[in-house]
Design a protein around this ligand. Structure first.
Ligand SMILES: [Zn+2]
Length: 50
């Protein structure tokens, strides 16, 4: 597992940010839809467990 800079999706409905490159949910976000930073969102539950 590896920590990465926080990022979130720019798509509507986004409620969390991700900060781990092993997060399948985060990896499902296409690069073009990624925005750097937390966006003021809570951390992804999956990332918390990694
Ligand atoms: Zn995540």
């Amino acid at each position: 597992m590896a920590k990465v800079n926080p990022f979130h999706s720019k798509l509507t409905g986004t409620k969390v940010y991700h900060d781990n490159n092993q997060c399948t949910e985060g990896n499902n976000i296409e690069t073009k839809n990624r925005i750097a930073g937390t966006g003021g969102l809570p951390k992804c539950d999956h990332c918390k467990r990694l």
